[in-house]
Design a protein. Structure first.
Length: 186
């Protein structure tokens, strides 16, 4: 397991919210970068804000920490999305994906510091998979995503990254895939 997975730094010395190389890797630039920074800033305010942090942390349960972490981030993202929609903005999916990973890591770190739960890399990956599944399900139910298009996109991504469908998840979380390239050791 790759150490540090899903622990995206909140800030670099230069004041950037996320490292430039991560933003480049996911094609986030210009207006999308500004949207991401605002989305993350609002999410961090929910996580750390005096009025909301107890409610956010109160959603975490020790009996199922990964699912409750995913559910907590889903509620945070739903709140942020509703706020953006109310202001007439649509948040790009890649922005939501990057922000979701970062917010998940942030809440996991806060929960650990508060003694609520411990989230090693495996637990973070499980929580992220729960979060992605719930967000995709919501998108399908709302009509935002077409299931057939999602299937085709997943196949194209697997081909581009040269991932074996039978062991793809293990390759990705194990650090065995270079984005845009072949699996390590190939």
């Amino acid at each position: 397991m790759q150490k540090g997975l899903l622990k995206i730094p909140e800030k670099k010395e230069s004041g950037e919210v996320l490292p430039d190389d991560l933003l480049e890797q996911f094609g986030i630039e210009g207006e999308e970068q500004a949207i991401l920074e605002q989305y993350l800033g609002n999410g961090m305010q929910m996580i750390h804000g005096r009025e909301t942090r107890d409610e956010v942390l109160g959603r975490l349960r020790q009996e199922d920490p990964e699912k409750s972490l995913a559910d907590t981030i889903s509620v945070v993202m739903d709140t942020l999305d509703a706020s953006a929609a109310g202001a007439g903005h649509d948040i790009p999916d890649m922005v939501r994906f990057i922000a979701g990973m970062s917010l998940l890591g942030q809440v996991a770190d806060v929960a650990e510091a508060a003694g609520i739960a411990t989230f090693d890399d495996d637990a973070r990956v499980l929580a992220l998979s729960e979060l992605l599944a719930s967000q995709i399900s919501k998108g399908i139910r709302s009509g935002k995503y077409n299931p057939e298009e999602l299937k085709q996109a997943a196949q194209q991504a697997a081909e581009k990254m040269k991932i074996d469908p039978a062991s793809g998840v293990e390759q990705i979380v194990g650090g065995g895939v270079n984005p845009g390239g072949a699996a390590n050791g190939s």
